[in-house]
Design a protein. Structure first.
Length: 278
């Protein structure tokens, strides 16, 4: 059949799109190597354009929130318990909410630490020790917020998850990234890192901590200080001394970790490590 010349012109075939415009094609399993390369290149190029010369990675629990929010959650848990006083689930929810409230000061301290670092290291066009987080709520929000408080740049490396998690509001908009692949995201956490500061947290926080400790143990990354914030929390959560006593790590591996109890102390460890002027 001869095409009707009066018919509006359209792309004649489904695959007529340029490959770069064909999102369905780019999502095919065979294109995974290309997607991996793009996820590596995009933040690399944009961070360079923003003159981010080095970063400081801050991690911690997503559930450690501002005091007002922690109080609101506790009040809600108590109201639920009052409606069902014999429920062990509601009793447990109140106990957990009380523990979260007791840790609300870590949100404030992560925010203050980020302010200290950002004020000292982002001056006269320099952008050293730029705060980088996983971009989510809790301690990550607090760290991005501290940089935002003083007009400094900070980075958020978000990841697509089954339960949607939006970036927190304090990341520098041009430095807010989303990743599909955990492996590439992990590379970007460490490529420019000059330190890792770990506030109390759970599985995700432990994942980042042990990844860095393993890479440092086998000398597969640049030497950086690893700072665990709150010795009491971390020595209860994990016992590195037990591992050394059992012979499963060497005694010298204990020196890979520093402990800090205040924002000033954490920043002092970094300053001493890099011999920075006060």
């Amino acid at each position: 059949m001869t095409p009707d010349p009066n018919t509006p012109k359209q792309a004649p075939y489904p695959n007529y799109l340029l490959a770069e415009d064909d999102t369905a094609f780019l999502k095919r399993p065979e294109l995974r190597p290309v997607r991996l390369q793009l996820e590596l290149l995009k933040p690399e190029i944009l961070l360079a354009e923003h003159n981010i010369s080095s970063t400081l990675v801050v991690f911690g629990g997503t559930q450690i929130v501002e005091r007002a929010e922690a109080q609101r959650r506790l009040a809600e848990a108590k109201a639920n318990l009052a409606a069902d006083p014999t429920s062990s689930v509601q009793q447990r929810a109140v106990a957990r909410s009380e523990r979260v409230l007791a840790k609300a000061h870590f949100y404030d301290e992560a925010r203050e630490f980020s302010r200290l670092v950002s004020c000292a290291c982002q001056v006269k066009g320099r952008c050293d020790f730029a705060i980088v987080t996983g971009g989510g709520p809790g301690i990550m929000e607090a760290a991005n917020r501290g940089a935002h408080d003083v007009g400094a740049k900070s980075i958020g490396l978000n990841i697509t998850l089954p339960e949607e998690q939006l970036p927190n509001a304090y990341i520098t908009p041009d430095l807010c990234f989303q990743f599909r692949y955990f492996a590439i995201r992990k590379m970007h956490f460490l490529l420019r890192a000059k330190g890792l500061v770990i506030f109390p947290g759970g599985f995700g926080t432990l994942d980042e901590l042990f990844e860095v400790l393993t890479l440092r143990q086998v000398n597969r990354m640049q030497p950086i200080p690893v700072i665990l914030y709150s010795r009491a929390y971390w020595e209860k959560a994990i016992s590195l001394q037990f591992l050394a006593d059992e012979g499963t790590i060497r005694d010298e591996h204990l020196s890979l970790v520093h402990y800090a109890e205040t924002p000033d102390e954490a920043w002092a460890i970094l300053r001493d490590y890099y011999r920075l002027a006060e």
